[in-house]
Design a protein around this ligand. Structure first.
Ligand SMILES: [Zn+2]
Length: 176
């Protein structure tokens, strides 16, 4: 079963102990900072958190996020659908020292007390996953298809004529 929101004050010790599996399907508008980077409210964000404890008694969260959203093509400025997939193994830590001591395969999830805001976790993962620039495939980009289909013959003739004008100006005997 998927809920429509994630807990914003999750007791991290409790869910790690229980081995909880929490899923939710969100909308872009549920995540305002991420939504600000998109072109529209369309799309769905499927999330899954699996909590556990490891042999060193760390509290772990295995995160899976799949988002189908719309970003702006930087070439034609039209919306384009994009898929973002995040897979992270987070370890709950309370201090920077604990974060620095984590093995490489674990990323720190810094919490101030024992409560964690999963909506913020999802929002930050998605913001990191978003490429800085997005472009349509060449056959789907409005800008490129427009270039090929528009009547631009006159401009081309103009451009082709220019080199001859230059040659004409350089005829022997003429001074510049
Ligand atoms: Zn485009």
């Amino acid at each position: 079963m998927s809920a429509e929101a994630l807990p914003t004050a999750l007791d991290i010790r409790k869910v790690a102990q229980r081995g909880s599996d929490i899923r939710a399907v969100l909308k872009p508008s549920d995540l305002p900072r991420f939504r600000a980077l998109l072109v529209g409210d369309q799309g769905t964000i499927s999330t899954r958190f699996r909590f556990s404890r490891d042999e060193e008694n760390r509290h772990l969260a295995s995160v899976e996020i799949d988002a189908e959203v719309e970003v702006e093509c930087q070439r034609c400025l039209e919306p384009m659908p994009t898929h973002l997939a995040c897979r992270s193994e987070l370890a709950v830590v309370w201090t920077d020292e604990q974060a620095a001591a984590l093995p490489k395969h674990l990323e720190p999830l810094i919490v101030e007390d024992q409560f964690c805001d999963l909506m913020t976790v999802v929002e930050e993962e998605l913001i990191l996953a978003l490429p800085p620039f997005s472009y349509h495939d060449t056959e789907h980009c409005r800008k490129l298809t427009r270039v090929f289909s528009d009547p631009v013959v006159e401009d081309e003739v103009e451009e082709k004529r220019n080199p001859f004008d230059v040659l004409a100006q350089l005829k022997p005997g003429e001074k510049h």
